[in-house]
Design a protein around this ligand. Structure first.
Ligand SMILES: Nc1ncnc2c1ncn2[C@@H]1O[C@H](COP(=O)(O)OP(=O)(O)OP(=O)(O)O)[C@@H](O)[C@H]1O
Ligand SMILES: [Mg+2]
Length: 249
């Protein structure tokens, strides 16, 4: 399956990242294929959110290289990162909505700030995106009036506002009941299909990961220790992967 011509949209080459004495990524290598939904799994604190923040350029590696669409981002200034970041949408762990803004203003936030589009155009995008996540007619509500699952959906409507081609999801289903989690998983797939985006989904929920993944990558001890299709990962001979998949005893 892996040919020389494989089209990688994101590449991590020998990345190291530590916080004081805490070595989080230690020779981390990862190639993400354009258009795939890659699920990254691993124990709490293993560096999943750090990996997403490095992709966004919110954190910088201590050493190693990160390429996005062939551009080495580790060398870029804050200013040079701006156009790249606009191509990415992020669903933060816990949704991170602005509580003092309406649902509509949350979805349109970046567009009102940076796009130069007219109010009517932005309103149109807000309505289309809210409809996409099955929340038509909620633009006037406040985040406090929403359930956890609705907040995630608003966060997704916001993440796609700029027509990104890379979508990053940090624990999109954690803390949701199974039915709501299924709805979110279906939306992850629908977004990949309809927008043709590359999706990177971080989760420690196995079922959720299996339901959305084209490929799964498992992090342990600062590295990707296994990557492949669901079947490949399920059949991994790596002991940590097997224990992780077996779940709590
Ligand atoms: N800005 C920071 N400053 C200091 N330490 C940090 C920072 N960000 C992350 N860390 C540390 O790096 C490690 C990895 O954190 P990260 O948030 O990536 O974990 P995670 O895999 O996303 O875990 P979880 O599943 O609990 O969300 C943790 O030990 C965390 O405390
Ligand atoms: Mg995290």
């Amino acid at each position: 399956m892996m040919s020389e011509k494989q089209d990688y949209i994101i590449r991590f080459c020998d990345v190291y990242k530590q916080f004081e004495n805490n070595q989080v990524l230690t020779g981390f290598n990862l190639d993400i294929i354009r258009g795939e939904t890659l699920v990254i799994m691993g124990r709490s604190g293993c560096g999943k959110s750090v990996t997403l923040k490095i992709i966004l350029g919110l954190l910088h590696p201590d050493s190693g290289q990160v390429f996005i669409d062939g551009v080495e981002t580790t060398e870029l200034s804050e200013r040079e990162l701006v156009p790249l970041r606009k191509k990415m949408g992020m669903l933060f762990q816990g949704s991170a909505l602005f509580d003092s803004l309406t649902v509509g203003d949350n979805v349109g936030f970046a567009l009102f700030e940076h796009s130069g589009k007219s109010y009517d155009e932005i309103e149109q995008i807000i309505n289309t995106n809210l409809e996409f996540v099955d929340l038509a007619g909620t633009a006037g509500l406040m985040p406090a009036e929403l359930s956890g699952g609705m907040r995630k959906r608003v966060a997704l409507a916001r993440a796609i506002a700029y027509n990104p081609y890379i979508l990053l999801y940090d624990e999109p289903t954690t803390g949701l009941d199974p039915i709501t989690a299924t709805t979110i998983n279906e939306l992850v797939r629908k977004t990949q299909k309809e927008y043709g985006v590359t999706s990177i989904v971080v989760t420690h929920e196995l079922e959720s990961g299996f339901s959305v993944a084209d490929r799964i990558a498992v992090i342990n001890d600062g590295k990707i220790i296994e990557i492949g299709t669901i079947d490949q990962v399920k059949n991994s001979s790596n002991e940590f992967v097997q224990r992780f998949l077996a779940g709590p005893k």
